[in-house]
Design a protein around this ligand. Sequence first.
Ligand code: FMN
Length: 265
Amino acid sequence: MKTIIYYFSGTGNTLALARQLSGKIGNTETIAVNAVKQERIKPDADCIGFMFPVYALNMPRIFDNFIRYKLQVPENAYLFAISNYASLEFGAMAQLKKLLKSKGHTLNLAGGVKMPSNYIPFGGAESEKTQTGKFLSADAALAAMAELIKNRSSHPCHFFGESVYRLISVLAWRSFKKRLVKDAARFYTDDNCNSCGLCMKVCPVKNIHLAMNKPVWGDNCEQCLACLQWCPNQAIQMLGVNPARSRYHHPDVNINDLINAKADN
Ligand SMILES: Cc1cc2nc3c(=O)[nH]c(=O)nc-3n(C[C@H](O)[C@H](O)[C@H](O)COP(=O)(O)O)c2cc1C
């Protein structure tokens, strides 16, 4: 009875949730999808979990691509998915369900939890009170879901108006996808950059290199904001965003946890 959780995380929320859940379930391996080097992978587990942050009311592109092209879901595996988001998920889970269905699979359990926002274009880090409230609610929700998962229970994965929600997500995604490359060009460093190179190391998709000791962004950005949010000197900025906006990353996750997670598989 082994569980594998596939996750993607830029600022640590999803990694923290995946760790918490694996502790509650037991005998669980957590794998960052950006660490999977194989072209195709068939996990040796009878329970597979998907944990992802919502981006523009959808799964992150890299997460979608992992499931779409790399993952071969084992026959008869129990499947669960848990999204996390700052405020609105809309049809992100419905998108995942549709994708799995197109591959002949059905989710046994689907859930979502609210976590602090890392989307700096909409605002800086939320207040400590709001963050703590979200952590506590998420922990309680995970505890309940862990019991359902351990018992291999079915949890209703359909909700009223799902197809409308999914349509809204599809539309949001179209505009976000167009902006992925353009938004990578919005990053720049200010005078506080000391060329430490941590942005390059933490980027989950190796989209940053140093030229003349300063970060340069390529065109394979996922917009996870790890570079900007983890910069120890708050030296990475985004055009159009107030440089003074407070940064966020999950308090129990360390930058090395994300860097090491990339190299694990
Ligand atoms: C590019 C991007 C888009 C986002 N879009 C949404 C969204 O549509 N709805 C929402 O509630 N939160 C959105 N968020 C917030 C994240 O889903 C949320 O902060 C998540 O917990 C971050 O997870 P991580 O720390 O594992 O990267 C977005 C964040 C990013 C970086």
